[in-house]
Write a protein that binds this ligand. Structure first.
Ligand SMILES: Nc1ncnc2c1ncn2[C@@H]1O[C@H](COP(=O)(O)OP(=O)(O)OP(=O)(O)O)[C@@H](O)[C@H]1O
Length: 268
C-alpha cells in the first residue's frame, strides 16, 4: 500500500482505450421521450479498472449497454482504440448479473465457453482447448464436462467470465456481476477478477450498487447521477496493486473515499 494522497481529481495522461464524448441516450420518441443520459464523457485507459456507481434507476445499465454497442446512443461518440463503434465490437465482452440466463443450460461449461469462438473460425479442438485453459484460469480446471445447472451460482459466474476471457476481449463490461451470490462468494469473485486483470492486463468496466466493492476493485470510480444522468464525480483510487478485503477496507483513505461518494449520491 502506498502512502500517497488517497483520491485525487482525475487527470488524463495515458493513452485511451475507450473515449466517450457527449453521449446522450433516451428511450421513446417525441412526447414519449425519456431522457436517461445526457452529455456524458468518459475516458478509459488501457488496463484500467473502472467502477461505475449511481443511484438506482439512474441509467447505469443503459450506459453499459451503450458502451458495449448493444444500444445505440442518441448522440455523441464512443471510440474504441481510436475507431468509433456502431454496434457490438469484438474487443468488448459483457458479463451480466443473471448468469443463469446468459449460460445455455443444454451445453456443458466447456461448450458454453467455446461457443462464441465458432465465429472466430477456430476448429473444434482449438476451441475446446481454449475453453479448458480459460476455465482453469478462473479456478474451474477439470469442470468442463459439467452443465451450468450442476454448479453453484459463483461457479456459473466464473464460467461466464471464462467465456469473455476466451473470446480474448480487451474490455470486460460487467453489470452487477456479483449481485446474485452470497457475501463470501462475492469477495472470492472480486479477488478473482482483480487477479485476472493484473495477470492478463484486461480492462474492466464494472457497474455496481456496492460502494465498497466499487472502491475495493477500481483504479477509478465514476459516479453518475442527476436526471438525465451524467458524470458528477471521478475518484482515482490509490490502494496499490495488492488489495486485501480486510486491510484495504480498513484503510482510512478507503473511508474518506466512501464518504465522498456517499455525499455525491445523497445530493441527488
Ligand atoms: N428498454 C427500456 N425501455 C424503456 N425504458 C427503459 C428501458 N430500459 C431501462 N429503461 C428506463 O431507463 C431508466 C434507467 O434504467 P437502467 O436500468 O439503465 O438504470 P440502472 O441505474 O441500471 O438501474 P438499477 O440501479 O436499478 O439497476 C429507468 O427509468 C428504466 O425504467
Amino acid at each position: 500500500m502506498t502512502t500517497q494522497t488517497p483520491t485525487t481529481e482525475a487527470t488524463q495522461t495515458a493513452p485511451l482505450l475507450m473515449k466517450v464524448r457527449g453521449m446522450s441516450m433516451s428511450y421513446g420518441e417525441g412526447a414519449q421521450e425519456n431522457k436517461i443520459i445526457e452529455n456524458l464523457d468518459l475516458d478509459v485507459e488501457f488496463g484500467q479498472f473502472i467502477s461505475i456507481v449511481g443511484p438506482s434507476g439512474v441509467g447505469k445499465t443503459t450506459l453499459l449497454r451503450c458502451l458495449s454497442g448493444l444500444l445505440r446512443p442518441k448522440a455523441g461518440t464512443i471510440e474504441v482504440s481510436g475507431t468509433q463503434i456502431s454496434g457490438p465490437h469484438p474487443d468488448l465482452a459483457v458479463v451480466f448479473q443473471d448468469y443463469s440466463r446468459s449460460l445455455m443450460p443444454w451445453m456443458t461449461t466447456r461448450e458454453n465457453v467455446a461457443f462464441p469462438l465458432q465465429g472466430k473460425g477456430m476448429g473444434k479442438t482449438e476451441r475446446n482447448n481454449l475453453a479448458d485453459e480459460n476455465l482453469a484460469a478462473v479456478g474451474l480446471a477439470g469442470q468442463g464436462d459439467k452443465f451450468p445447472w450442476e454448479m453453484s451460482g459463483g461457479m456459473q459466474q466464473r464460467v461466464a467470465i471464462a467465456r469473455a476471457l476466451a473470446y480474448n476481449a480487451k474490455v470486460l463490461l460487467m453489470d452487477e456481476p456479483f449481485a446474485s451470490v452470497d457475501a463470501q462468494t462475492r469477495f472470492d469473485l472480486e479477488d478473482l477478477v482483480l487477479d485476472l486483470q493484473h495477470k492478463l492486463g484486461v480492462t474492466i468496466l464494472l457497474v455496481t450498487h456496492d460502494i465498497d466493492e466499487a472502491l475495493y476493485l477500481a483504479d477509478k470510480v465514476v459516479v453518475i447521477a442527476e436526471k438525465p444522468a451524467t458524470v458528477v464525480d471521478e475518484i482515482i483510487t490509490d490502494f496499490g496493486d495488492t488489495r486485501d478485503q480486510l486491510a484495504t477496507k480498513a484503510d482510512p483513505r478507503f473511508a474518506e473515499a466512501r464518504a465522498r461518494i456517499l455525499v455525491r449520491l445523497r445530493k441527488d
